[in-house]
Design a protein around this ligand. Structure first.
Ligand code: HPA
Length: 259
C-alpha cells in the first residue's frame, strides 16, 4: 500500500457527506484502530475519529498510542486535529476558534510515551515546538479564505477527565497561563512528535470554564458550535494538505534525544 501522508483526527463529518471513502482496520502492537480513508483531489487523507465513530470512548480511555501508531504505520507525516475546549481567557469567548500553541499536562493515568526503555534505550522528545510551527503558520494564512476567524494562539491545559474542573482548579490554571482546557491533546501531541510527525490542533471553544461566568457552566451551544465550524475547518485542513507541505520548515521529524 502507498503511504498516506496526511491525517485529520477528530474530523468526523467530511467523509460522511461529500467525499468518497473506505474504511480500514489497522493493527498495531497497542491495539487495533478503525480509520476512514478519503480521496481528496487525487491525494489520500486518513480520518480518525478520536472518540470512535459512535463517540463511545471517553477521553481518559482513548487508546492514544494505538491511534498515533496506526497513523504512523499508514505513512502519515502531517496531522491536523480538532478539540472541543473550555475557555479560561475572556478574549476567547464561547464560539471562538483558537490555534493551540503549547500545553500544560495535568493528566494522571495515561501512557504518555512509546519509549519504554529496554533494548530501545532511553529516549526523550523535545517539546520546544509541540504544535508544529509550520502547520500553525499555514492555519493562520489559510483561515480567512475559508470564512473562518481564528481568535489567536492558546495554551491548552489537559486534564484527566472525564469530570470537569472545579472553580478553584480553574483559578490556579489561569495563574499558570492556560487559555483553554480540554481532556485529549495530551498525550496525542506528544506521541505524534515521538514518531516524528507534524501535529497541529484547532480548539473549538464550546463553553467558558467552570467559574468563568456567574452561575452554572453553560453547555447549550456545543452542538451548534461544532456543527457550524466542523465542515469549514476540515475543508481548511484539506486545502492546506493540497499545498504539499514538506517538513523542511520545522524540526518535528528530528525531535528525539537519546541519552
Ligand atoms: N473542561 C475540560 N474539557 C472540556 C471543557 C471544559 O470546560 N469543555 C470542553 N472540553
Amino acid at each position: 500500500m502507498q503511504p498516506i501522508q496526511y491525517a485529520i483526527i477528530g474530523g468526523t463529518g467530511v467523509y460522511d457527506s461529500s467525499l468518497s471513502s473506505y474504511q480500514k482496520s489497522v493493527q498495531t502492537e497497542y491495539g487495533g484502530v478503525e480509520v476512514e480513508i478519503a480521496e481528496v483531489q487525487g491525494k489520500q487523507v486518513v480520518f480518525l475519529p478520536r472518540h470512535g465513530k459512535q463517540h463511545g470512548i471517553p477521553p481518559h480511555l482513548i487508546n492514544y498510542r494505538a491511534n498515533i501508531k496506526a497513523l504512523h504505520e499508514l505513512g502519515v507525516q502531517q496531522i491536523f486535529a480538532t478539540a472541543a475546549v473550555g475557555s479560561l481567557n475572556p478574549d476567547y469567548p464561547t464560539g471562538s476558534l483558537v490555534v493551540i500553541s503549547d500545553f500544560i499536562d495535568t493528566t494522571k493515568q495515561r501512557p504518555l510515551t512509546f519509549f519504554e526503555g529496554g533494548s530501545a534505550g532511553v529516549k526523550h522528545v523535545n517539546m520546544d515546538d509541540p504544535y508544529c510551527c509550520n502547520l500553525r503558520k499555514q492555519l493562520l494564512e489559510t483561515a480567512k479564505l475559508h470564512g473562518l476567524k481564528l481568535a489567536g494562539a492558546a495554551v491548552y491545559i489537559c486534564t484527566e477527565g472525564p469530570r470537569f474542573e472545579t472553580e478553584a482548579e480553574i483559578k490556579i490554571m489561569r495563574q499558570w497561563g492556560a487559555d483553554v482546557v480540554g481532556m485529549t491533546s495530551v498525550p496525542e501531541v506528544i506521541l505524534a512528535k515521538e514518531l516524528g510527525m507534524c501535529y497541529a490542533s484547532v480548539g473549538f471553544v464550546v463553553n467558558m470554564a467552570t467559574g468563568m461566568e456567574s452561575g452554572a457552566i453553560q453547555f447549550d451551544k456545543i452542538e451548534e458550535i461544532l456543527a457550524s465550524n466542523k465542515e469549514k475547518v476540515n475543508m481548511m485542513f484539506l486545502d492546506i494538505f493540497s499545498k504539499i507541505l514538506n517538513q523542511q520548515a520545522c524540526q518535528c521529524s528530528d525531535s528525539i534525544v537519546s541519552l
